[in-house]
Design a binder for this molecule. Sequence first.
Ligand code: LEU
Length: 385
Amino acid sequence: MQFKTILKTLPLLMLASGLASAAHAADVKLGLAAALTGPAAKYGVAIKNGFSLAADEVNAAGGVNGNKLLLVIEDEQGKKEEAINVFKKLIFKDKALLVFGPTLSNSAFAADPIANAAKVVAFGTSNTADGITAMGPFTFRNSVMEADVLPVTTRAAVKHFGIKKVAIIYGNDDAFTKSGYDVFKGTLADQKIPVTTTEAYAKGDVDFKAQLTKIKASNPDAIVCSCLTEEAANIILQTRALGMKQPFIGGNGLNSPKLFDIAKGAGDDTIMGSPWSSENLTPANKAFIAAYKAKFGSDPDQFAAQAYDALHVVAAALKKIKLSGALDKDRIALQQALPAVTIDGATGKFAFRKAPPVTGKEVGYDAQQEAIVNIAKGGKFILLK
Ligand code: LEU
């Protein structure tokens, strides 16, 4: 071989050997698309941590059927275009057996069709909008949807504060905040709570004074907020600046400690639902919380808990199948093994249920889990008793 040729080939050889050492033949590659930068990063980083912790645990216990789990993690920035790119990379280039994520429902509506077309499971751990699992039989989620959580949250908040009427504020250009709004609207009608006014904002807005002034004039007992955490926190702060003292009732977006990073004490008394509580002292949850603190030096949140459980759900499904090495076959075998999996995880007992039917379409699998109602007190989410 001529010297020139060797020089040309060398980087390729190095690349090939590098890949080989990072993932030996028996590794099971699982993709993770998470928002690790941008406004949704606080959710995405918690999700990544939950996955890493669970993968380390599974691997330390010998892996699944002798295979180690290898997480291939990509930043989808909380943007739909990036979620599409990252899904394509994980599915077609990295050849992941399954893809977890993306963080936001808004991105899942863009990216999951790629996974369904390629017959690869897309497993959402934080997607709570309606219709996610209607995208196809390869879409799974362990995130309890707004439709299951918000009626319970609303009922508890109405009782706790003696609420007679509410105002609503929501983001009208995000699939999750819009879906949460629709669910709140239906829930309030069902529970016979009049709405004094409904106000909307767009992604990235920072000044909510116009909407909040209208809400103030309508004199509600509480404010319902279908928002992601950053906007929710700013809305709460600006409400207080206008001299308004009403408590907030929120959806899944408010379950992040970022609420307190921004709103500080003004976040107190906000009520939100979740399948997870740090006060749930089951052995599985206690072990999760202790291991998370030891590894990351901070408290976990519900997004970390759901990611952690999702990895254990997939590990349980993998234990039931014998991987053949033929990727297409193995991806389908995993999709078929997942629906029957049940675990007792950080978020409690978990099972799947088939999504509501859609005519002429195969559907995926939702979470079958109860919602717990939390209230913010002193920078923490505590159980509403
Ligand atoms: N539940 C939200 C959604 O479906 C995301 C979460 C990270 C707040 O978009």
